[in-house]
Design a protein around this ligand. Sequence first.
Ligand SMILES: [Zn+2]
Ligand SMILES: [Zn+2]
Length: 555
Amino acid sequence: MTSTKDDKLLFLPLGGAGEIGMNLNLYGWGQEDNAQWMMVDLGVTFADPGMPAVDIIMPDPAFIEEYRDDLIALVLTHAHEDHLGAVPYLWPRLKCPIYATPFTASVLKRKLREVSWGKDVPIHVIELGGTFSVGPFDLELVSLTHSIPEPNALAITTPYGMVLHTGDWKFDPDPVVGDAADIDRLRELGDAKVLAMVCDSTNVFSPGDSGSEGDLQESLTRIIASCKNRVAVSCFSSNIARLKTVAEAAHNNERDVVISGRSMRNMIEAARETGYIPEDMVFLYEEDAGYLPRDKMLLICTGSQGEPRAALSRIASGDHPRVSLDEGDTVIFSSRVIPGNEVSISQLQNTLSKRGIKIIDWQDDFVHVSGHPARDELTQMYQLVRPQIAIPVHGEARHMIEHAALAHECQVKTTVVPQNGSMISITKTGAEIIDLVPSGRLALEGKRLVPIDGKLIRNRRKALYSGFVVATVVIDGNAELFDEPQITDTGLLDEDEIELENAIIDAIANALENLPKKDRRDDDAITSAIRIAMRRFYKKEFDKKPVTHIHLVRV
Ligand SMILES: [Zn+2]
Ligand SMILES: [Zn+2]
């Protein structure tokens, strides 16, 4: 592809704009329908309890799939699920090389072991602070701090100037793992002029700063000292700094640390491989910990968001094969509620409470610091980088709109608030949305990926809320009933509601009788009349609109 003077610098989020989760960003150089593309991050989000049989959701990559030959690379900013979790599902549709730093690459490789094509994925490991080129873009990694090792901002040099894609970040002077953020480099980039900054909006409503990971150790040591019996600490498996902090606090209280949960193990292995957990820091695994006295152990487990399959939920409901908690034990939630998870967390906490297990969370004591920048940190970032254009991402609409207002306060001339699918053209003097391309969500339903607003998921949800009914209607050549219609339903009639069942059967029979002669030859007309009669019945009797199926059989 040759460059022309009409070439545009494009930014297009297909996920993560208008939501916290499933990030997928594209940078393009060329025309909307003929560009070279670089993808930044490819993450998932978790389904809420209102989505039956669906655990995870990811962006629909259809737009970029169409231009797959022009997709030069996927660059991963860090190893959080909302940034790389969709790679094991969507890479076969994209088939581009992946660039990541050592820890992120290590986490990704572990995930890819679980798919047959995992070994085919070309992964280029870039050192921290490293530089590399992707088609028309020259990239430099700038180390920041977050709640996982190796969070990187991408300084992307384009033909129009530099774009700083921050990824997820905070300014933590004592991050426990890794170095503090490279503030000097950010200032240097600012001095050299940054055209646009695409930046994390998660905590724009939090005043002050996010607090330091390093400050937690004292308070966790004190809290654990006050606990009798077993203590379980639930946090994100990828928060290696938190794991270290909790382990230190446990050791200060002469407790051994026991790890539960597969994702926690994988993360610890990745962290050991890349040198983020010291050799002499010992973790026991749940199968080796049965002999430990209750007051000499501390369990670190996944499931702080109430995820039903994670260790903590299974321990709480008593169906974990190796770990149990009893009355008088304590669970510390070393995390915050991610928006959308409120219901599952409170269900989990109620289950624990009913069993006499004490709960300590962020509202009770200092047990957590966020990995995202609060207002003062955002302001400091704008003062360092001084971009001409601000494009907030990684937030719900209200976060991004507030972030844009904050950027204005920080003297940023142009702000653009995108939604998923917003094609933004960035020029030397400004930026604007020039198109809205298709975007959507795919749900992992069993082993398949299906569109979340498609028929399958719609009917599944409808059946959950409104029930499901099948009518089998056998008619003869004159469209008279050959036999009494049969009704089979799920979630509508109770066992003893025979009268209601008979009433539905009567309604079906009446619908058929009332059908004009000419319509009786037409199966569609018959089915449609029966369906209308059934719907009317369920609406009138139950105020429900169940999923309705009719089997029409002619004999
Ligand atoms: Zn994120
Ligand atoms: Zn993150």
